[in-house]
Design a protein around this ligand. Structure first.
Ligand SMILES: *Cc1c(COP(=O)(O)O)cnc(C)c1O
Length: 387
């Protein structure tokens, strides 16, 4: 199915709502029935019928269909955050006594889920170097149920070979899952390499306007159905019809945004690459990236998120740089219209906060929709202040 068809038409039964181009927001928690028979029929097919919005809602359903199709999976569920989506997917395949193999340095709340939360319920885990297939294979035990990937991650961008990981999981009879937020469904479709479950923080590129928090799980009908009747309906971390409509609006421009952001990032990176105060660029499509070939094999683009190592002798220089950089907002998250800067030095030496597993001169940038010239001017102000 063409991605343009998915984004512009799939799931939109316009004749049902006055041929409106934009779908209505069905802001209703509840749906009525004509008689006992029709209610009985609905209850017997709860996963597809409209009974109550903590199950199905017509506006949310359009979004689910589009996300599933974009990831080339049979079905999808959307959740009130990316973290809720990750938790639902992992919990659906982890019961007491089970073991999970997860790549090093995934999203911070994924670490928390495995280390602190699921550990309480007797679910164990092993973190592995995702670059090393043998290490992954060695970590898989008899009670392992999930191979959890994040390729690339969003700080240091290590990749996993999706085709090889999917084959390994199939051979071992375990479920493979990936956090695909970095690439969006336009730059990488893990299901086409055989990965079973594809997860997104919709908050990032898919919505793209920094005004909604949402997550998605895309997988087979069988897996989605299992998650629907358990984690989805029970925990109830659903999205409102209004947020679904906002994300549908964001989706309309996903293609244009991704292309623009990717091109923008190349120009900003080119400037940084030639700057004497930059020690290193860390970006999957950079010529020095150790897994560049793999990145080109499985990703169609790399978007706007990358890191640099600043050439600084003293921590104070990083502080000065960050203080004087213009046009980049100092913030977490990414994937919106606005460019961002996140210096990892800001999470070192905080009492009670785990020390990050990265160098203190690592700075993450997200290049959004501004002109590259404007952004480069903002960066120059930071470099000038370092001397
Ligand atoms: C932001 C993010 C998440 C969490 O998503 P939320 O929508 O913030 O809950 C998960 N994974 C990655 C890679 C992210 O960047």
């Amino acid at each position: 199915m063409h991605k343009d068809y998915i984004i512009n038409h799939l799931g939109e039964n316009r004749e049902q709502y006055f041929n409106a181009v934009s779908p209505p927001i069905i802001q209703s928690s509840n749906f009525k029935f004509d008689d006992i028979e029709s209610f009985r029929k609905a209850i017997s097919d709860e996963q597809h019928e409209h009974i109550y919005t903590r199950g199905n809602n017509p506006t949310v359903a359009i979004l689910r269909q589009k996300l599933a199709a974009l990831e080339e999976t049979e079905d999808a569920l959307v959740f009130s955050s990316g973290s809720a989506a990750i938790a639902a997917a992992i919990m659906s395949h982890a019961k007491n006594g089970d073991h999970i193999v997860c790549v090093n340095n995934p999203y911070s709340w994924t670490i928390n889920l495995l280390k602190n939360y699921l550990a309480q319920y007797g679910v164990t885990h092993t973190f592995v170097d995702g670059k090393d297939l043998q290490e992954i294979e060695k970590a898989i035990q008899d009670n392992t149920t999930i191979l959890y990937l994040e390729s690339p991650n969003t700080a240091t961008f290590e990749l996993q070979d999706l085709e090889a990981c999917a084959a390994l999981a199939q051979k071992k009879g375990i479920v493979s899952m990936i956090d695909n937020s970095y690439s969006s469904p336009l730059f990488q479709n893990p299901a086409t390499f055989g990965i079973d479950v594809v997860i997104h923080s919709v908050t990032k590129y898919i919505n793209g306007h920094s005004d909604v928090v949402m997550g998605a799980v895309c997988a087979s009908k069988k897996i989605i159905s299992k998650i629907f009747i358990n984690e989805y309906m029970t925990v109830g971390a659903i999205v409102s019809p209004h947020d679904a409509a906002l994300v549908l609006r964001g989706l309309r421009t996903l293609k244009a945004r991704m292309r623009y952001i990717h091109d923008n990032a190349q120009e900003v990176i080119h400037f940084l690459d030639h700057h004497p105060l930059v020690e290193k660029i860390i970006y999957p499509f950079h010529k020095d990236f150790p897994q560049l070939e793999l990145a080109h094999k499985q990703m169609a683009g790399a978007g706007g998120l990358f890191s640099i190592l600043l050439k600084a002798e003293k921590k104070e220089q990083v502080y000065q740089f960050v203080k004087h950089v213009q046009h980049f907002l100092f913030a977490v998250s990414w994937g919106g219209h606005e460019s961002l800067i996140l210096p990892f030095i800001s999470v070192f030496d905080i009492p009670g906060h785990p020390e990050p597993n990265v160098p203190w001169n690592l700075i993450r940038f997200y290049v959004g929709m501004e002109d590259p010239d404007f952004l480069i001017e903002g960066l120059e102000a930071g470099f000038q202040a370092m001397n």
